[in-house]
Design a protein around this ligand. Structure first.
Ligand code: HEM
Length: 195
């Protein structure tokens, strides 16, 4: 099946610059979250379970952001008006990110994508992809805080296809580790030398 390209999504572009994070550093960081091959396997199943639920998951997450003015502000003009086109453009890449988190190998190319997503939350690259007239960056503290809602809200979707409880739990733990690992990587441009 072929899909229309997602504007601003360049995961497979061979010209994309490498991440400053090495695969060795990634391995050590993954180990620090207790991420193992069993999690890779659980995420693969999760990818199948979630494939036809991505829009509903995004509805939940966008509902959460949209119902908190101080969070919606990052998708809004500096004067506070939400930018519908910006919300919609990011939503498509956010949906693809769910799939990528479950199905892509965590290799040098994945690291390059993590660095790009990180930068798109910072003043260096936020708004540039969609030409949005929005506020300059998302504060790091909110990226860290979001690990919980992005994880907690996932459980009913992982359970929706009738897998045994132990398997749902394994998928949920793997998802939690994968999100934690990514936010740890995304903290790099905020922390620079301290990372
Ligand atoms: C972009 C995930 C936290 C606001 C994105 C994208 C993803 C993502 C996948 C699209 C990247 C791309 O362009 O391919 C996450 C995850 C988070 C998180 C997993 C935490 C666990 C936050 C928070 C906010 C936020 C707390 C603010 C409330 C944004 C904005 C963009 C974006 C405004 C668009 C950036 C741009 O202009 O390119 N996020 N995000 N994110 N996110 Fe987050």
């Amino acid at each position: 099946m072929t899909h229309a390209p997602i504007p601003g999504y360049h995961y497979d572009d061979p010209a994309r610059p490498a991440s400053p994070v090495s695969t060795g550093e990634l391995e050590q960081l993954a180990a620090a979250t207790l991420f193992t091959d069993a999690d890779v396997a659980a995420l693969k199943v999760a990818g199948e379970v979630l494939a036809d639920q991505v829009e509903q998951i995004l509805d939940v997450w966008y509902g959460f952001v949209g119902s908190h003015g101080h969070l919606l502000a990052y998708f809004s003009t500096p004067e506070g008006t939400p930018i519908g086109e910006y919300l919609g453009a990011v939503r498509r890449r956010f949906g693809q990110w769910i799939t990528d988190t479950c199905t892509r190998p965590y290799d040098a190319r994945w690291l390059a994508q993590q660095e790009e997503i990180a930068l798109r939350h910072t003043a260096e690259r936020k708004n540039a992809t969609d030409g949005a007239r929005s506020v300059p960056h998302v504060p790091l503290r909110y990226l860290i805080a979001f690990i919980h809602p992005i994880t907690a809200t996932m459980r009913p979707f992982l359970a929706a296809k009738g897998h045994p409880e132990a398997e749902v739990e394994a998928m949920h733990q793997a998802w939690f580790k994968a999100v934690t690992l990514q936010v740890a990587l995304w903290s790099r441009p905020y922390a620079n030398a301290a990372w």
